[in-house]
Design a protein around this ligand. Structure first.
Ligand code: SF4
Length: 287
């Protein structure tokens, strides 16, 4: 695990205009508003342009394998349930390689905030269709006339369907809304997912800033909005086209996996001895 570094000053290597810059700004704003102890906060990222965010923030951080941010974040949370744990990655990382982990983290309701940088493309590997790419999208690897032949995964619908207890969507150009939702997601006691619409200016020339600006709509203004009603949230989640709802879709308080384990309610696992084995020594061997 990379250590918290007060002098962290890496310069982001994202392309000029990349939506990841907005996410980083919102991230810092959210952290400031929460006044979190950064020594007690861990960001676990996967692989991809999005996951580089872990190199530009001032918490403890792990950049793990492609699609594996959630199982690693689960391990961190279970080892020390007092930590604030955030997982992050792209739509390809989370909905492709990491899909199985996403489903199981949601149904367990682990107390983890998960921010998905959804640019609807694999950016780092130069523009292949991702699991969130629109049907018919032309890329170097999904050429005309058919383009992308696979139906996209609607991340909000997926999160609602598998049991996430806080589900939201935000557009990165609205940094204030995004940072507020991030702060709420971190505060939420359970698995909190934000689908962040994040243009990739280099490889996705369809879902651009302008394309989203013309479509995003505050969900609170939509008919039938009720964040306490799962069926209504699912119904609004189905909207994707002329109108794309953004905001909080659903919130529910339900016991968390980490909070329900009897052996974890007393003391963090990292401080316990099990069968006379000092867990802290094992943990240190990974540092
Ligand atoms: Fe951002 Fe796309 Fe460039 Fe990656 S390839 S840094 S997602 S603009």
């Amino acid at each position: 695990m990379a250590a918290h570094d007060n002098n962290l000053s890496y310069v982001p290597t994202w392309c000029a205009g990349c939506g990841n810059f907005g996410i980083l700004n919102a991230w810092k704003k959210a952290m400031n508003s929460l006044d979190l102890d950064l020594e007690q906060t861990v960001l676990v990222a996967g692989i991809g342009c999005s996951s580089k965010i872990s190199q530009y923030v001032n918490t403890f951080r792990i950049e793990t394998l492609h699609g594996r941010s959630l199982p690693v974040a689960t391990g961190v949370k279970l080892a020390n349930h007092n930590l604030t744990v955030i997982a992050e990655g792209g739509d390809g990382d989370g909905m492709g390689l990491g899909m199985g982990h996403f489903v199981h983290t949601a149904r367990r309701n682990l107390d983890i905030a998960y921010f998905i940088h959804n640019n609807q493309i694999y950016g780092l590997t130069k523009g292949q269709a991702s699991p969130a790419s629109d049907l018919g999208m032309i890329t170097k690897f999904t050429p005309p006339p058919l383009g992308n032949m696979e139906r996209p995964i609607n991340i909000v619908k997926m999160a609602l369907s598998v049991g996430a207890t806080f589900v939201a969507r935000a557009f990165v150009a609205n940094i204030s809304q995004l940072s507020d939702l991030m702060a709420e997601a971190i505060r939420h006691p359970g698995f909190a997912v934000i689908d962040i619409l994040q243009p990739c200016v280099s490889f996705n020339h369809v879902n651009t800033y302008q394309w989203y600006q013309q479509r995003v709509m505050p969900i609170e203004k939509m008919h039938g909005y009720d964040p306490d009603d799962l069926n209504k949230a699912l119904s609004l989640a189905g909207l994707w086209g002329e109108q794309i709802p953004v905001g909080l879709f659903y919130r529910e308080v339900r016991p968390t996996f980490n909070g329900s384990l009897p052996q974890l309610t007393q003391e963090p696992l990292a401080k316990q001895k099990i069968n006379n084995i000092d867990i802290s020594k094992i943990m240190k061997s990974f540092c």
